[in-house]
Ligand binder design. Sequence first.
Ligand code: ZN
Length: 413
Amino acid sequence: MGRAAFLPTLSILCLCAACGSCDRLESSSGPAPDFGPAEGVPTIRVALRRNAESVTLAIEGPYTITDGDASRMLSQGAFLARDEVTYKSGKFSLTPIRTRHLIITPKINGSIVVGDKHYRGVLHLWGAREKDKDGKYTPLDRLSAVNHVNLEHYLASVVPAEMKMSWPEAALQAQAVAARTYALWRMEQVAKGNRTWDLTSGADSQVYAGLDRETEKSRKIIIDTAGTVLLFKDLNDKEPSIFPAYYHSTCGGDTADAHVVFGGREMPCLTSVTCAYCTDSPVYEWTFALSQNDLAEIIKKAGGKDIGKIVEIECIGPEAAQRPRQVILKGSELQVRFSIGDFRRAVGTRRMKSSFFTIEKTGDYFKITGHGWGHGVGMCQWGAAGMAAEPFCFSAQEILQHYYQGAQLQRLY
Ligand SMILES: [Zn+2]
């Protein structure tokens, strides 16, 4: 790999409409700083709460509430005092009107507070419902809160939540591009159905903690990479397209093939690559031991079967030497087969940090030695930091093209 600069199309100049406001500090009385491209930025819908009994909500400034289905203004106010919003018998506690969809639009960007966090954009509340066998919907006393937010503003919160901001800028830029690509891919997938949100705000999607998590540096990283995504063209594809640019904490030496971990078709841009850059990660290698009895208890709890004293564990799959797909636990009474995901969940994913492990039996104990943390697919975040740091000093483009082989970078807006 050469040492080319980041994309020539990327500008290090601030593109925001009112440059200078980027330096302003956030306050609960003023708007959040605007930044990023003025046009063409999609709005992403992030589920902050799903099917909750109540949502703690405040608006720190003027706002309107409209009926999401009829687009009628229902109420407005100078501020909304902190309250537990509920949905009961088809009505939100905020309004006497019967509806399952409310839109709360603040006049000041960043003045929505859900729980203890501030959010930009607009908040949609959805009442839960269930469909009976005749296809008739009945409201349930639960609600979801979905933040509709400019994708670039969303990413300025995701990057610091997903990566250490003290890491080199090239690693942070690579993280921004991967997170943008993943978000757009999810939006494309969801657009095929009728779901009311694209992503959640937790680690099962990408961690998003709203305005409070943004920093001046994270906004700069988003401006530097504005609108830039990864695209991949497979042999049978006419045009390059967005793909799920997965990433994870630490691969432990080799990343994993997406089709081995998640199933589906093989994708050359998500195949295993060697990573010699994540050795500084505290979870590069880990080990723990489980007694035969402890493991038997774990398996009994997870599978509901008493298989007796566990005498052998066999790892199976095409990559059994590294990332097995399944394990067979052979007990004195019975044997059971677990998918690797179920086995990790049964043992505990904090202990069993990845599927990159070997098991060795020593006396009454099984010693499990593993590498890395996470599913292992796509960009290794600690590896990206290692590639961006001395002595390598690779660019964001080089980092991305190492972990997503054959992918191209393109600015969409
Ligand atoms: Zn790695």
